[in-house]
Design a protein around this ligand. Sequence first.
Ligand SMILES: Cc1cc2nc3c(=O)[nH]c(=O)nc-3n(C[C@H](O)[C@H](O)[C@H](O)COP(=O)(O)OP(=O)(O)OC[C@H]3O[C@@H](n4cnc5c(N)ncnc54)[C@H](O)[C@@H]3O)c2cc1C
Length: 296
Amino acid sequence: MYGVKQLFVPATVKEALEWLHQNPQAKVIAGGTDLLLKMRNQAMREVVLVSLHKLKELEGIEILPDGTLRIGAMVTFTQVNRSSLVREKLPFLAEAAVTMGGPQIQNVATIGGNLCNGAVSADSAPSLLALEARLVLENREGTREVSLEDFYLGPGRVDLKEDELLTAIKIPLPRHNKWGGYYYKYSMRRAMDISTLGCAVVCAVEAGGQVSQARIALGTAAPTPIRCRQAEALVAGRFLSPDLLIRIGETAAGEAKPRSSWRASKEFRLELIKELTARTLVQAYQNAGGEYRDEN
Ligand SMILES: Cc1cc2nc3c(=O)[nH]c(=O)nc-3n(C[C@H](O)[C@H](O)[C@H](O)COP(=O)(O)OP(=O)(O)OC[C@H]3O[C@@H](n4cnc5c(N)ncnc54)[C@H](O)[C@@H]3O)c2cc1C
């Protein structure tokens, strides 16, 4: 049914990279929750698979000496959610991890697979974009790092060579002492549904209550997950107000290029962007310790 011709299970990253170099047609399999569906739906035959399951180097969550948080590419969404380190340092990322799929999927789906799959609806993408995550990519020749923003090239297309593996995601921890984040997933059902629109905001707040900086990222709002830099510029140094929130939503909608799909029309997604950008910003601001009450 799945047309697997060969399965190679390397024990080290070095072995995996050597094997990928020798077999450029091979497909990398992590949790398999995207790949196996693709293999079945597209009736792919004679597939040669390289499994990442035994690669200890791709596991674990740790703080590196330079202060960044490193998440191994094979870390599952359940592990992100349950990690005491993620809960302490990036609580909203732990919460965002369990907005994807259901518990069974979260137990096997990896964060690396979610990004390498290139889906515009990937639930980890908006939060990681707002955190300015960087990806560590390795092949037999060496290692390179790219920002997540540059990694996305188009719908379903990412900057990953045939013989490369994503080995880790590096997240610079916010340095501001009053900061907060939030991920808002809008989907037709609460569980087991792909996002109609996803919005993540990371925001830092000054002692006086002004937003010192906000990073706003959207999923399923353009051919790739995007940052809304014009909307971000509007909020920097300002107090939140109903008027400002409306302008931020409209500006974010102006930066997005959503399309119509069976899930939602382009027009509905534009309305969602206006509303969710404002709501997510308010929630991130409150998570940072800011006080905001909508008087409307
Ligand atoms: C029922 C169901 C519900 C789902 N719900 C959601 C949801 O709500 N939100 C969501 O975002 N996704 C959802 N998904 C999609 C999927 O579960 C995720 O995208 C998942 O994170 C993919 O990870 P994986 O480990 O299973 O990847 P795989 O399927 O193993 O791989 C996906 C792709 O990435 C490549 N790849 C994987 N790891 C690496 C690596 N380290 N280096 C290089 N290439 C690599 C593979 O070759 C493949 O092309 C759902 C899937 C199912 C079946």
